[in-house]
Design a protein around this ligand. Structure first.
Ligand code: ZN
Length: 126
């Protein structure tokens, strides 16, 4: 008679552990703010990885998220704004990158471009 009680307790215990684990990992039990922070952090990490691997060729620092979101002319999540600068197609640089360039966050591999941009900005300030 003792065995069924033992098994029942074991199953119950496993059930409790699984329930607690599930609750902790299940995103819907977390607040909007907490889930948003997690997603933004993951996004930043993913972009940073791609920047390091040379795939995400953004022209500003920190890199844009617009190309990642597929909100610009490419929908594969990869930024090519720096390539566009290099090939003189400035009109294809995403709006977020353009804004970043205006704010002086230029990080183009074309250093001359950044210098010209900075010089231009300084002139406009005066
Ligand atoms: Zn971009």
């Amino acid at each position: 008679m003792k065995r069924p009680v033992f098994y029942f307790s074991l199953v119950l215990l496993i059930g409790i552990f699984m329930g607690v684990g599930l609750a902790a990992s299940y995103p819907y039990f977390q607040s909007f703010e907490s889930r948003r922070a997690t997603i933004l952090n993951d996004m930043e990490q993913l972009i940073e990885e791609q920047v390091k691997e040379g795939n995400y060729r953004c022209c500003i620092e920190p890199a844009c998220t617009m190309c990642f979101m597929g909100s610009w002319i490419w929908d594969d999540g990869i930024c090519r704004c720096d390539d566009m600068i290099a090939s003189g197609q400035d009109d294809k640089v995403c709006p977020q990158c353009k804004k970043g360039l205006e704010e002086g966050r230029c990080k183009s591999s074309d250093e001359d471009f950044c210098e010209v941009k900075a010089a231009k900005e300084n002139k406009e300030d005066i």
